[in-house]
Design a protein around this ligand. Structure first.
Ligand code: FAD
Ligand code: SF4
Length: 342
């Protein structure tokens, strides 16, 4: 008999899972809360490490899902979740009822809300933007200040909302150092006369080709890396941003005037993920992401038999890691559907 799996979340992880399960002959429904699938991928212009256009990855994912007749329910969330002896019963916000043999949670992450770090002035000062705002400028082909002039000096602040006791996030978001390096290079490409400064606590370049990108940023593009924590930003009368930094390598405090500040906001457990955890009865960890039953050999398994995780709803992940985690979830689900043993 044909089996039916419901995937909650239609980002990179959810679409990869759906495509692979469908190829294996399993009926799949994807529940996506937004009108479009793709999740955060839709916000990025060129991707690290090789700066490919993100639309190439989206095309791959669309191909996976369109070719295999997946039941895609967009603008949809789940309202009710029940389990009987052998099936899961789901009711959507539109009142649609679905019966599933297994569930995959792929609800992804939320970007840290930078306005929570008041000391950096996001939403208060002109020209304090986030990495996402900068991606939008890249896509438009124009980096501009609010008065439409071109910035000459740009500062990038790492670790915004990550490794930060004050906001309750002790973990490292893993991808913001490489995002900063990629964006610093792109700013220099767009604006060859600009000066770019990255303010970091540690450079964490733990991915294939990340270190090479870091080297390129320094040697080819002349990006300045300053080891130090920015304590605050303020706006001057001539509409510049004044930042105070503790330069921990030089061992002295530093003040600098810049035209633009870019905040490298980290990744957090999504609010909708938290709701799903409540509705379904799933455990979350110390970092508030979904908690797998075993971080070494069971990172797709949840505390409920037949419910599995895929992608960045469990931890910060880049796209290749998300795709691998999604494929691993497919193997777990197929094992479960075959013999019910995890
Ligand atoms: C600033 C930044 C830049 C990045 N740039 C790159 C890069 O250049 N290269 C790279 O490899 N990686 C990059 N990444 C990482 C990349 O964005 C993630 O690896 C990827 O988005 C993870 O996919 P996902 O499907 O797990 O999550 P998401 O992209 O968050 O997708 C989750 C999906 O689930 C949906 N959803 C959530 N809750 C519900 C619900 N309750 N019901 C239904 N649907 C729901 C959401 O709408 C969304 O469509 C970057 C990350 C950040 C923060
Ligand atoms: S990846 Fe870099 S910027 Fe992001 S939290 Fe970790 S150390 Fe900070």
């Amino acid at each position: 008999m044909s089996k039916h799996v419901v995937v909650i979340g239609g980002g990179v992880a959810g679409l990869e899972v759906a495509g692979q399960l469908s190829k294996a002959g399993i009926e799949v429904s994807v529940i996506e809360k937004e009108i479009n699938t793709g999740g955060h991928l839709n916000n990025w212009y060129r991707l690290f490490p090789d700066r490919r256009d993100s639309s190439e990855v989206k095309e791959y994912l669309d191909g996976m899902t369109h070719n295999h007749g997946i039941n895609l329910l967009t603008n949809t969330t789940i309202e009710v979740f029940k389990r009987n002896t052998s099936h899961f019963l789901i009711t959507t916000n539109g009142g649609k009822e679905l019966t599933a043999d297994a569930i995959i949670i792929a609800t992804g992450f939320d970007l840290f809300k930078s306005s929570r770090k008041e000391e950096y002035g996001y939403g208060i000062y002109d020209n304090v933007i986030t990495s996402v705002d900068l991606e939008k400028m890249f896509r438009k082909g124009k980096i501009a200040l609010t008065n439409q002039t071109v910035p000459e000096t740009i500062g990038i602040i790492h670790c915004v909302g990550s490794r930060d006791e004050k906001v309750g996030n002790f973990y490292c978001s893993k991808l913001c150092c490489v995002t900063a390096v990629k964006q610093a290079i792109e700013i220099r490409e767009f604006l060859p006369d600009s000066k770019v400064f990255c303010f970091y606590m540690d450079m964490r370049m733990g991915g294939a080709f990340y270190e090479e990108l870091y080297r390129e940023a320094q040697e080819k593009w002349g990006v300045n890396f300053i080891r130090g924590k920015v304590s605050e930003a303020s706006e001057t009368i001539e509409n510049k941003l004044l930042i105070k930094v503790e330069d921990t390598l030089a061992g002295r405090p530093l003040k600098m005037k810049l035209d633009m500040l870019v905040l490298m906001a980290g990744m957090e457990m999504s609010e909708d993920g938290e709701k799903i955890a409540g509705i379904v009865g799933l455990k979350t960890g110390e970092n508030r992401f979904f908690a797998a039953t075993d971080n070494l050999i069971g990172s797709n398994r949840s505390n409920i038999d037949g419910v599995f995780y895929a992608g960045s709803c469990t931890a910060p992940m880049n796209i290749p890691e998300t795709i691998s985690h999604a494929r691993a979830a497919v193997v777990e689900v197929i094992d479960y559907l075959n013999d019910g043993i995890r």
